[in-house]
Design a protein around this ligand. Structure first.
Ligand code: IVH
Length: 666
């Protein structure tokens, strides 16, 4: 057998059948052999070679991909009554009593579409808004449970859909790493998987342990959902083994009952059961209502709750100095993991719950991992114990600095601009993955650098010398060189990341990206970050507000940020640091019905929200405005349209309804 085939077979057995036939070392040896062979004969390297799963070139952004069929969502059932009602609707709709179902686990990941042409993986996209997703082909190629070729010839186009997920252990490891680096934790495996799939650099995706379960496909000749799942497996596409046919709703309920607890033994997250009418012919007869099929439903497992005691309420100081009260709990197992802490968000929430040290509390983890306090068992308070009311500290718990609290605002914050906790968090954010992405810069290193006065503001990171690193605890030549080299590499990062790293008020990754696109059009060739800061400093709030995605609050936040006396030293140091941002590629789509067109929406949209519709147009290179003028190219009018419609007729602007808009999207 050819080397490539042997590797693909081993991949299939390991990742799809979950029954490896060769040892890991033997697999690695085969892989090395193939790599060496291909290095000698580059002309033999095929895009679907197993070696091509890693190291594809980094892209700057994701191109929009229009789905051939929209990616829908499912209606939910939260209890037996709702599930029985679904079953009744199905039987009524089909006009018969015997309806066969297939029950599948609902995987907590993110929905992906894989397109195969003549059995070869050609494109992978995220769900996006259901109509247009993002092209993440290069990243998906690194996921070993996604076959690059089917195991049989299948002519034409096949769209496979499924869920990309991060196994629980990898999810927890990711969060541990993020905590160490001072980055915010992912709330659930789904967010973590989405973060990994949307990495800009495919080799970063390949480091994550992502996997995929597929559950649907278009373009295969099958008559039922169960046949489809079997067919996918034959083709080498990984399907979750825990599906089961059910002849009626009682069998469905039995499946749900069986998995309610058993799901915690799986090494991936599930948040429910998806119930599907088995026969495709029946599915087609039942059809859809708004954006969900009438032939399927997601039964959601109830949130897991537990009761425990509050041992302490501590206050954490965040990057902007805001105090967050956190309940320290007597450890308790909820839904398979031990919970020790729950965020109480702010003082208002503490008062609303009236939670005090010593209280018995009910805590809950929904699909999410960050637990919350649902309620306090006030009736369980004992007379022999005092329950001190929680108060915000009068001094910063970290630096003893004064506390700032604006009348009418929820937040309390440390007013000391030099608070080491605040600075530490800022540095963590600055070097974190959403910012300059300096691997290995964790809390212990940041603290040491702060304690020795080497870094007093985040920009100082770029002036650290190798000698300074060598003086730190547990640093030797090799580790110092490693960190030093990574810092040097971080001088070149996508512009959006650099802007996000600044930590401007109200500017997160998305807004930073919007700013980056606006700046890219104004920057000289080979611009430095100093040029970027210069433009932002000079922009007026009005100019900033005109940027797509920037509103009044954000614009004001940015202007105020550049005027703050305490930021000046940081901004000057940053300008001196010789940073060379990589500008984003232009967003505009060159062709298509919306490219370069100005579109206005009016009346009630029935298939999507106004915001979604506008985002769709923008993602396809169009502009959206709120009023009709001579510059308007198209008015999309739903029912109850008013003056805009009249104006469009008056000006001779083209008018279409939502169904036509849909057709144009396709
Ligand atoms: S079928 C027409 N099956 O749940 C919709 N979805 O709430 C077809 N999901 O967007 C979806 N496991 O991301 C289906 N076994 C499964 C699933 C599943 C997880 C996700 C999927 C979908 C969401 C719907």
């Amino acid at each position: 057998m050819e080397l490539r085939e042997r590797i693909e077979k081993a991949n299939y057995e390991y990742h799809v059948l979950d029954t490896p036939t060769i040892a890991d070392e033997a697999y690695d040896a085969l892989m090395r052999e193939l790599q060496e062979l291909e290095a000698k004969h580059p002309e033999l390297v095929m895009p679907d070679s197993p070696t091509q799963r890693v190291g594809a070139p980094a892209s700057n952004r994701f191109a929009p991909v229009e789905h051939a069929r929209p990616m829908l969502s499912l209606a939910n059932a939260f209890d037996e009554t709702e599930l029985r009602a679904f079953d009744q609707r199905v039987r009524k709709g089909l006009g018969r009593e015997d309806v066969g179902y297939v029950c599948e686990l609902k995987i907590d990941g993110l929905a992906i579409n894989l397109t195969y042409e003549d059995g070869k993986f050609v494109q992978g996209a995220t769900r996006g808004d259901g109509f247009v997703g993002e092209d993440v082909t290069a990243n998906l190629r690194t996921i070993k449970s996604i076959p690059l070729t089917f195991r049989e010839k299948v002519p034409g186009r096949v769209d496979v859909r499924g869920e990309v997920y991060l196994p629980t252990a990898s999810f927890e490891a990711t969060n541990r790493e993020r905590a160490e680096r001072g980055e915010p934790l992912f709330a659930n495996p789904r967010n973590a998987a989405a973060g990994a799939v949307r990495q800009l650099d495919p080799s970063a995706t390949s480091k994550r342990n992502l996997a995929m379960w597929s559950y649907s496909a278009a373009g295969l000749d099958v008559k039922s959902q169960h046949e489809l799942l079997e067919r996918l497996r034959e083709l080498g596409v990984r399907t979750n083994p825990h599906w089961k046919p059910a002849k009626d709703v009682d069998e469905v309920l039995a499946f749900i009952a069986a998995w309610r607890d058993k799901r915690h033994d799986l090494d991936y997250g599930t948040d429910g059961v998806v119930v599907k009418v088995d026969r495709i012919e029946d599915q087609e007869r039942l059809g859809f209502v708004s954006r969900s099929p009438k032939w399927a439903i997601a039964f959601k497992f109830p949130a897991e709750q537990a009761t425990t005691t509050v041992e302490d309420i501590k206050v954490y100081v965040g990057r902007t100095g805001v105090f967050t009260p956190v309940a320290w709990l007597a450890p308790v197992i909820v839904g398979g993991t031990t919970v020790r802490r729950a965020t109480l968000h702010n003082l208002d929430e503490v008062r609303r719950l009236d939670v005090r040290v010593g209280d018995r509390v009910v805590i809950q983890r929904a699909g999410d991992v960050i637990p919350e306090v649902v309620r306090v068992e006030h009736e369980a308070r004992s007379k022999d114990q005092t329950y001190p009311e929680f108060a915000m500290p009068e001094r910063c718990p970290e630096c003893g600095g004064a506390v700032e609290h604006a009348e009418g605002e929820v937040a309390y914050r440390c007013a000391n601009p030099e608070c080491p906790a605040k600075t530490g968090q800022r540095i963590g954010h600055f070097v974190g993955r959403g910012g300059f992405d300096i691997e290995g810069m964790g809390w212990s290193l940041i603290t040491q650098l702060q304690e020795r006065g080497i870094v007093t503001n985040p920009a100082d990171v770029f002036f650290i010398t190798k000698e300074q690193l060598l003086e730190l605890d547990r640093f030797a030549e090799k580790s110092a060189t490693n960190i030093y080299d990574r810092i040097q590499k971080a001088r070149r990062r996508p512009l959006g990341r650099m802007l996000n790293a600044l930590g401007m008020p109200h500017v997160g990754e998305t807004t930073a990206d919007d700013l980056a696109h606006w700046l890219a059009e104004r920057l000289p060739k080979d611009a430095t970050f100093a040029d970027v800061l210069g433009i932002l400093r000079q922009a007026t709030a009005d100019e900033l507000q005109a940027i797509d995605g920037v509103g009044e609050v954000v614009a004001r936040g940015i202007s105020e940020y550049f005027a703050r006396p305490e930021e000046q030293r940081f901004l000057e140091r940053l300008a001196e640091a010789e940073l060379r941002p990589v500008p984003p590629a232009p967003r505009t789509v060159a062709s298509g019905p919306f490219a370069g067109k100005t579109v206005v929406f009016t009346g009630t949209l029935e298939r999507r929200s106004r915001e979604e519709a506008e985002a769709l147009v923008r993602s396809l290179g169009g502009k959206t405005t709120s009023s009709v003028s001579a510059k308007t190219d198209l008015l999309v009018a739903g029912p109850n349209a008013g003056s805009k419609l009249a104006k469009a007729h008056q000006l001779g602007v083209k008018v279409v309804d939502e169904a036509t808009f849909d057709a144009m999207l396709r």
